[in-house]
Design a protein around this ligand. Sequence first.
Ligand code: ZN
Length: 256
Amino acid sequence: MLSRVQNNKLRRLYAPYRGNGFKCNYCGNSFSKFAPWHARSENSEALDRNKVIAGYGENVFCPECMSTSRERLVIGMLGTMNISGKEILHLAPEEKIFNVLKRKCNVISADLMPGLYSNADKHIRYADVTMLPFTDQCFDMVIANHIMEHIPNDHKAMREIYRVLRDNGFAILQIPFSATNGFTIEDISIDDPDKQSALFGQKDHVRIYSLNDYMNRLRKAGFVVGYMPYESLGELHNYAIQPDEGFISIVKKTNE
Ligand SMILES: [Zn+2]
């Protein structure tokens, strides 16, 4: 998200803040504060109006390696799971999460626009999440971090992820969400980026999920879904994860 020049600038700027406070669970460096990241002005009104927890605010970028709070949440959760030797599909792969997976698992990365992610994995494959080019039950885990809010037919995408997962397989499908709205705001007929910014808080988003509705959509696709609120994430707070963002636990259980 930031260029090498911007990263070098950040390192210089944050050199005085080295030390205790937050620790990056990717590069291992500690700083008393991380770098902020603020929403673009054309997006911020919709995000503020709907109180969307979307990865913006203070302490987002690690000044050393540029990991983001949303990457550090997933890396932290992966650290609590036994993923050694597992087969994992990583959609729209974020480089740092992909590197963590690569060290421990058999990971395949894929995206609708693979060229955008070749810096993370030069072997990335083409895949449409609503029509995954994989056989049934061939993965132990699917990761699509902050993807579903871009997909018009999210039900089809959820069903596809369900299909390619093995029984007891796990999905990490975090999204930006409104914790206050009781309903999802969406209109998939809108494909004007300016209107999408004004309504959904980003020019390539097709909705703002309410957390409850999102979990219900996942349940409708067949998953067993739970939520670990931010307050319950304990040690992960040390990694400067996004305040108020909890972890959505999504499991395929066919034998219930
Ligand atoms: Zn770092």
